[in-house]
Design a protein around this ligand. Sequence first.
Ligand code: MGP
Length: 204
Amino acid sequence: MAQNDHLAVPTGDSQYVTVFNDPVNFNAKHPLNNAWTLWFDNPGKKANDKNWMQSLKELITFDTVEDFWGVYNNVVKTDQLAIGSNYHLFKQGVKPMWEDEANAHGGKWSIQLPRNKTIADIDRIWLYTMLACIGEAFESESEICGAVVSVRKAFFRIALWTRSSDKESVAMAIGRTLKQSAGLHGELEFTPHHETKTSQKWVV
Ligand code: MGP
């Protein structure tokens, strides 16, 4: 079987049975534009550069809608994760760290949501954030590197990592789309991964 045979797009040809035709015996899946990798880390104690990297684990890569749901339905939900842990969903080939070439000049949109007020909603917010990524909801699609949900004692943090940190109008459009897609209330702030000399402060 050729590598991408499972990615066949239905053409009306009856040989393709999708999950909509037969939820059990389907043989064709709906391809995503990109393959995505889910990562997890829980440094266990106060994270530093070294123990953080050691605790980072690559969980799984998927490239179809069906496999995304398979992953989502089988990993621990965000509201059940241990304090200190993070899920990272990044395009295949991009490591969820500042050091990766794709992130080296980038930044992130992020928002911290009080844990006690968000615990009932965080899993839906993370799901919608992931769907915006894999569904390519963002204007400058190539700018998107990945998304992170962080579980902390007092808050959850949602972040969307972008490839560059010096294009204000591009970044603002991405920030607005994230806010809307994930149903986020409150201010999102953009921070470059590395200090810049300019005193830029972008919020949506
Ligand atoms: P964090 O989890 O992004 O920040 O990074 P937070 O939630 O404010 O801090 P926490 O202590 O409550 O978890 C925490 C620490 O993890 C950083 O100070 C780094 O030491 C390490 N770390 C995080 N990231 C995303 C990276 C990374 O991309 N590269 C490296 N080398 N270390 C990282």
